[in-house]
Design a binder for this molecule. Sequence first.
Ligand code: SF4
Length: 282
Amino acid sequence: MSASQPVPVSGKGGRPARLLTQNREMRQIGVWNWSLPAWAGRLPDGRTYNTCPSAGVCAQACYALTGTYMWPVVRAKHQGNLMFVLDDLPGWEAAMVAELGAAKFHGGWIRIHDAGDFFSDAYLLAWLRICRARPDVNFYAYTKEVARFRRLVEPDPPENMLWVYSYGGTQDAALDPAVDRVADVFPDDDAIAAAGWASQEASDLLAVLGPRLVGVPANRIPGHLKRLSGRRFSEWQAEVDADHAARRDRRHLRVAADNTRDTVEPGTTRRAPAPIDQPRAA
Ligand code: SF4
């Protein structure tokens, strides 16, 4: 996916003049984008942010941390969007609802987040209100905020909002591909077909309108492909999670060993430790 076209960075009061943008690829399928800066960074005023708090391995091969997304005008636009949200969430929500009232959006689709994710409850709840305020517009999103969606969206989703959970995040283990609509990044289209998943390459809308198991071919960025090294994001993330779990276990064992090492007072004899029920490491 490519970055949104450069647009005026600021309008009245330093706020973005337009919130929704469209690149050539999205214009062909009638989709408009809302975007934040991807992942973590620092705003011009010095504040730090993380718009993808559940990003995992995806951040090491993030399409939105390369190429046109890094152009100063594009980056400034996305950071301006984020500052509007952070500094005046009600004002941003009202501006989004107003902009979506334009006739060109009726019956169209909005992709929530060309980059970034639903980074807080308040921000996600604002989007749910926006969807309900504009029932004649369709919305969709990829997200790694699994727990937040399970809690705030799944019980009562807006009828005009669709989403797909995407692999490569710290909450991958909470996904069930037998039930959830899920997207995974594969090395290429052949790997998608071999796995029996459906590629969304022909239209990004297939991520929410096509078959439930969504394959996304990796961007042909040499450094990203090298890191991916033939794996799917889900496989890469599972390896990282297993490695973290093994390190955690080793740390716990070390702490447990330290705690069970009894001290021997001078002039006393060491007693045999009491039997314990806990399983021991091999
Ligand atoms: S969640 Fe998406 S935008 Fe955020 S770091 Fe991962 S790939 Fe990039």
